[in-house]
Design a protein around this ligand. Sequence first.
Ligand code: ZN
Length: 290
Amino acid sequence: MHAIGGFRFAQPALHFRTLWTFLKVCPLLFLLVWLTPAIAAADTASMPAIAIIMDDIGYRHREDLEVIALPGALAVSILPHSPHADEMASLAAGAGKDVMLHLPMEPLQGEKNVALGPGALMLDMDRVGLMRTLNLALRSVPAAIGVNNHMGSLLTRDTQHMQWLMESLRIHGKFFVDSVTSHSSVAADVAQRKGVPNLRRDIFLDDDRGARNLQNNFQELISVARRKGSALAIGHPHPETIALLRTELPRLHSLGVRLVSVPQLLRMHSHDVETGTASAGVSAMRPTLH
Ligand SMILES: [Zn+2]
């Protein structure tokens, strides 16, 4: 090093060495910067997947808005003829959420104290009555790309009514998610036979709204996804459920799972069926009134 007037300058050879080192490292840096997102994306794509449907939308304005403001590709399932159906469908679509029709179906006798709401499919309906009711319900939520059942512990056991329903859904081009409100539900099986894309609910997030139960259910959702490769949850617009999802959804990546939309999950399952790797049965079925 030369010292002139108190300043020190590096020798020219040192500049060349630094430049040479930089030029050697530069392509490596470039490669690293270029590859890192691709590696991260591949890493994410191989993670177990969860999808979440938020049911019973259309009656509780503030909670419904909070559901739509949650991050990620959730589906919102809107009750037919509900007071906020149009507004919520439009806001949900604008927020990148999938819209579904949450179709009421007759429950068992002991569960009838819970309001079914308008637009319900009932066991005493004939084919024409069922199709008319379904068509009106679909017309009240025109943005719906698929349907899942609200309640229905009685009707989803009935093969004939499920056949009429699935034949109609196939004509309308809608998929079906069996909420599994009865262990004896034949809905998903009939949908499968009728060629309607379908899924079954694995976990109810909020069958009991206690903090510990919500957390346990969420952990169970993650466990099922890790075990089966994917899992489908249903939640409701309760403040406790919204608070849970607000906390947990942004940290899914650190739990090693990814959130996918319901149509994405359907595509994954149809691929599994084609390649013969579909997991059989439904885990953690806990029939409730939802
Ligand atoms: Zn419901």
